[in-house]
Each structure stands twice: as C-alpha cells, then as structure tokens.
Design a protein around this ligand. Structure first.
Ligand code: PDD
Length: 277
C-alpha cells in the first residue's frame, strides 16, 4: 500500500512514526474521512473546510490543506483504485516532542498521514435498515471537532458490535446528540428533524448534503433539540455519514421502535444522494 507521510509518497512499511508523536501518546490530532466515488472525492471542499476548522479549534498550524485533494487523487491512482468506491483518510497530529509532556509549543511540526482504501457501499444495511441502541453520551463537550482522541466512540461502538447493533446513538439527559460515527434524522408527519449544530455533535458533511437535498426536493425540515420520546414516536429514522450515506433504522433496542420500515422520505433521500456521485 502506498501512503502519504509528511510530504512524501511511501510504502506503508517504510513509514516510521515516533512513539513520542502526540497522536500516539495523547490522541492529539484531527482527521477526516472522504468518500471517493469514481472518479472524484465527494464533497471534498466541505471536508477540507471542516478539517481546517478542526485544526484551528485545537491550534495545530498546518497550512497545506489545499494540496490534500491532489495528494489523495495521486494515492488513488498509485494504488489502482481509480475505478473503485473507496475512502481517503487524512490525519494531522500536532507532531512529536521528547520528553512527553501535556502542554505544547506553538511552533511544532505537524505529522501528516493519508491513505486510501477500497470501501464499497454498505448495500445490505442501506436497503434493509439497521438496529441501533441508545445510551447516555459519555464524550467531552467539544464534539464538533473531528479529533483522533476517540476513546468514548470506540468503546461505545465496540459495545454496539458485541450486541449486534449497527450503531449506538447517544443522548445527553434525554436530548439526542448523534451516533458514534453517524448523525441522526427522524421523520414525523412528512417533516424531517435533526439535532441542531452545536458543540455536542459533529457537523456531518452528509448531514449538510441531506439538508440541501431536502431544500431542493421540497421536504420540510427543522434543526432543533430532539427528545428520546420524540425519536421513539417517529415514522422514519435514518443515520447519515460518509460511509453509511443514508441508512434507515428499523429497530431501537430497549424501546417500542421494533418494526419500523425504511420509509418514503428515506428512500427519496437515498436516491437523490446517489444521483450526486
Ligand atoms: N465518521 N458523527 C460522528 C461522531 C462521526 O464520527 C461521523 C463520521 C459523523 C458523520 O459525518 P460525515 O457525514 O461528515 O461523515 C457524525 C467518520 C466516517 C469516521 O469516523 O470514520
């Protein structure tokens, strides 16, 4: 596998990252995941803008974001993925410092790593819908930053997999936030609802695209706080992300949401979304 590491394209085997890199020691870094649908990266501008914002929020001085897309395209070509639905991963850490210490200097050299891999659409889940769980959100209060420190996400996601759930969606004191890797929407009486942007959720690129599609297709939508009670009384529920696209939810563990079907609005949005790539 050929990857991008600090300005160079290298064999994965020849990449050597210091164990004193702050991403390794503290999860001190930010990242992005961008879908590649032959033959371009999907909504790359929105992803790069979010990356720039994450970098700004945590104070990592990386000024080369505008060359990321061409680096990713180069990796797609070199790894023979030109005709494959794939993903590009970009991670920028604050860099390394010896000895280990929590605080950092402003002038550190960031560590930049990118790779691409084949990642086909999850058709079965998108067609038939998925089962999810609900849990209290155990994350910090700056979830709008796409940070590599994902301990809460991976512990919760791992629990979901063990329980054969596709995702666990979090709430804070009964107000729905988002899934470990997805944003959430629900439909009631023909209107779409999703939690409003705040420090409690990631501003999902797919979320943005879906809301734009609603605007274009005359589907009314509202961004506001959503309670567990409302979610469990909805007509349709779906999750969105770069890799899940629009994935209907048919069951929520421990609630009366048991035989929900992927509904008409989910289907329209899936279809309109797939027309974009
Ligand atoms: N996850 N919320 C969280 C916590 C996420 O990690 C993600 C994406 C989303 C959806 O964002 P977007 O639509 O921009 O992909 C929402 C990526 C795919 C990941 O961590 O692999």
């Amino acid at each position: 596998m050929l990857v991008f590491y600090n300005g160079k394209i290298l064999d994965l085997e020849s990449v050597a990252i210091s164990p004193f890199d702050r991403a390794f020691q503290f999860g001190d870094g930010v990242y992005e995941v961008i879908r590649y649908y032959p033959s371009e990266f999907f909504k790359s501008e929105l992803h790069i803008n979010r990356l720039k914002n994450s970098l700004k929020e945590v104070g990592i001085p990386y000024n080369n974001c505008d060359s990321i897309e061409s680096n990713l395209n180069e990796l797609i070509k070199l790894n023979n993925l030109t005709d494959e639905v794939s993903i590009g991963y970009i991670q920028i850490s604050r860099g390394y410092h010896i000895p280990r210490r929590h605080y950092f200097d402003d002038g550190m050299e960031p560590t930049v790593f990118m790779y691409v891999e084949k990642y086909p659409a999850r058709l079965e889940e998108m067609t038939n819908g998925v089962k999810i769980g609900l849990e209290e959100d155990i994350r910090w209060l700056r979830c709008n930053i796409k940070a590599t420190s994902l301990l809460a996400n991976i512990l919760t996601r791992n629990k979901a997999v063990r329980k054969e759930l596709s995702e666990i969606v979090w709430h804070r004191n009964g107000i729905i936030t988002e899934g470990t890797q997805t944003n959430i929407f629900f439909v009631k009486n023909g209107e779409l609802f999703t939690p409003l942007l705040s420090n409690f959720i990631l501003p999902g690129v797919t979320r943005r695209v879906v809301l734009d599609l609603c605007g274009k297709n005359g589907i009314p939508f509202t961004e506001r706080n959503i309670t567990i009670d409302e979610l469990t009384k909805s007509d349709e529920i779906f999750l969105t992300s770069t890799t899940a696209e629009v994935t209907p939810v048919i069951e929520i563990e421990g609630t009366n949401v048991k035989d929900l079907k992927p509904g008409p609005i989910s289907r329209i949005l899936q279809k309109e979304y797939s027309k974009l790539y």
